[in-house]
Design a protein around this ligand. Sequence first.
Ligand SMILES: O=C(CO)COP(=O)(O)O
Length: 250
Amino acid sequence: MRYLIAANWKMNKTVAESIDYIEIFKDLVKEVEGVEIMIAPSFTALSSVSILLEKTNISLGAQNMFYVERGAYTGEISPIMLTELNVKYVILGHSERRHIFGEKDELINKKVLTAVEFGLRPILCVGETLEERELGKTMNVVERQIRAGIAGLEREISLIDIAYEPVWAIGTGVNATVEQAQEVHHFIRNLINDISKGNDKDTRILYGGSVNEKNASELIKAPDVEGFLVGTASLDPQKFYKIILSSLEV
Ligand SMILES: O=C(CO)COP(=O)(O)O
């Protein structure tokens, strides 16, 4: 299994800034092999970035998607708008979508099913809040989000990746420890192995939440951490490159 190191730029970078970044970054990583690299820019930059990523070793991702092909859904982006731009991955159920925009498991599931139907590879994000962790509910929350998110795709789970992103670690500078990450990743691996009846070997379990160029080499050593979904540190091409290099050391 090739690990996936993914950048989620969130609502950052104009088109001009995105182009500047890619020009630098694609040169930095051009010799990198053995790991898959993905960048999910803003929707407005997708088209320009898509052109720049042609014939590179960097895949393109989107940060969200609606579950209908076309129609009266003001402000939404459809799967065919993404596939037209050679988008390969789509991040779904991110905690910011869940907590700021009120996305529920049922909606996220519809998006996951549609993404797969259109040949996109979803990265389903799950993770507990600090309160849920302190109440000892981490595994319950993660299990609920996964079971609901993949409903209908149980035997085809190899078509998706999962990102464990504890809400308390996102954008806070407080990453999960290696032990905390490993504990939940191991739980997720057993869960999806069980749900899919062993068809989970191509599903990567990524960690996200304050990953940076200093902690990446430790976190990637956890046996069930199979890549990263990086926010803040991915905004700097040099830092993101260092995270990728750390991931090659395992
Ligand atoms: O939400 C994240 C990636 O999707 C993580 O964000 P940070 O790396 O800024 O904590």
